[in-house]
Design a binder for this molecule. Structure first.
Ligand SMILES: *Cc1c(COP(=O)(O)O)cnc(C)c1O
Length: 389
């Protein structure tokens, strides 16, 4: 009988030395030695699996990568120093001058910057399509379209893109389907099961889950990962072995942590939905979510993020943040500590009013990353701040 991902992730790739450690040792080394010239020659000629240099491979990094591969149901992967370097590598290794990229319009801010400010410099064209109006996607396809890039749930608006539709669409048009699965995590949603070719992650968020470090990873089909590996081994965005060692251990508890983040988030979403200070609230596992049916089809739970719109707009957003007593005001998400953010005045402040509108970032939008505190304590803090907003 094939084992469940929860088992496989814990039992995958424990790299022991001859000391027989039960917990994986940390391979904090930049290079690896050889017994003799012949072994060295064979390794450089790709005839062995030996490590050479930690920019190329390292056992601690391999363990983390292999565990994400197992969770996502992928073939291979490569881990990077941050989520952005994984996303950047997936573009640079697979797209070239003259290629066209289709991306959903609601994407992480720095991804938007890469696509509009950097890829365009190298003659890589792009078209943004609406995340939820998939009827418009067909019009965006050109003869030179090479990749479809998606994020679901989207940040910070929590729109849900139908992955089954996206998988079929990419197949029909021979596009590489590349999905940022950071918000859901692989214990909640597996894009590869719906036809994705690549999955990228910021491991900085839920995967670490404790706000300690940056990391990223891209997993998917071997032939694509091979090209990404060749790009990365020469350009150097490798994940630090220390970070990989911490992140790898974090993955052992990802499933139980995400279940609690999600049950806390659902409780908070239900309790706030009809609050008089809020004009709407979105959480994928609430029936009121516009794409609720898609969410339950492709996600095991609703995840740890809740967002809502304050009736009082921009001013109320600032007041809300100022009146929180416990929740942290910080740019991160996916921590044990609950975090509140107000995108219009922070992460998306550089966008024009019109650009913000296009990706549904309204003036009073608040995003809560629900932590592992008792849900009632998180709720109480949000409620008292709402009363004063
Ligand atoms: C944070 C984030 C990223 C970028 O990851 P870093 O680790 O900060 O580089 C990319 N996509 C999403 C959805 C994110 O939340």
């Amino acid at each position: 009988m094939s084992q469940h991902p929860q088992t496989k992730v814990i039992r995958t790739g424990v790299a022991r030395t001859n000391q027989m450690e039960h917990s994986s040792p940390l391979f904090l080394t930049s290079s690896f030695c050889f017994d003799n010239a012949e072994e060295m020659r064979a390794t450089f000629a790709d005839e062995t699996d030996n490590n050479i240099y930690s920019r190329f491979s390292n056992p601690s990094v391999k363990e983390f990568t292999d565990r994400v591969v197992v969770l996502e149901g992928a073939e291979e992967g490569y881990a990077t120093a941050s989520g952005m370097s994984a996303i950047f590598a997936s573009f640079m290794a697979l797209l070239k001058t003259g290629d066209h990229l289709i991306s959903c319009n609601a994407i992480f801010g720095s991804t938007h910057t890469i696509i509009t400010k950097f890829l365009s410099r190298y003659g890589i064209e792009y078209t943004y399509v609406p995340a939820t109006n998939t009827d418009d996607w067909e019009k965006a396809v050109r003869p030179n379209t090479k990749m479809l890039y998606l994020e679901t749930p989207t940040n910070p608006g929590l729109d849900i893109i139908d992955l089954e539709f996206a998988g079929k669409f990419a197949k029909k048009h021979h596009l590489i389907l590349n999905v940022d699965n950071c918000f859901a995590t692989p214990v909640c949603q597996r894009p590869i099961d719906f036809g994705a070719d690549l999955v990228v992650h910021s491991a900085t968020k839920w995967m670490d889950g404790q706000g300690r470090m940056l990391g990223g990873v891209v997993v998917g089909k071997s032939e694509l990962i091979h090209d990404i590996y060749l790009f990365c081994r020469s350009t150097g965005p490798a994940l630090s072995p220390f970070n990989a060692w911490v992140l790898s251990k974090s993955l052992e508890t990802l499933d139980v942590r995400m279940e609690r983040h999600a049950s806390n988030a659902l409780h908070i979403a239900k309790s706030l939905e009809s609050h008089p200070g809020i004009s709407w609230l979105k959480y994928p596992y609430l029936k009121s979510h516009p794409q609720h049916n898609i969410a339950v089809k492709q996600m095991k739970n609703g995840g740890g993020i809740v967002c809502f719109e304050l009736k009082g707009g921009l001013e109320a957003g600032r007041n809300f943040l100022n009146n929180l007593k416990m929740l942290s005001l910080t740019a991160n998400l996916g921590d044990t500590k609950s975090i509140a953010s107000h995108p219009a005045s922070t992460t998306h402040a550089k966008l024009s009013e019109k650009e913000r509108q296009d990706v549904n970032i309204t003036p009073g939008l608040i995003r809560i990353s629900v932590g592992l505190e008792h849900a009632d304590d998180v709720l109480a803090d949000i409620k008292q701040a709402l009363d004063k907003a």
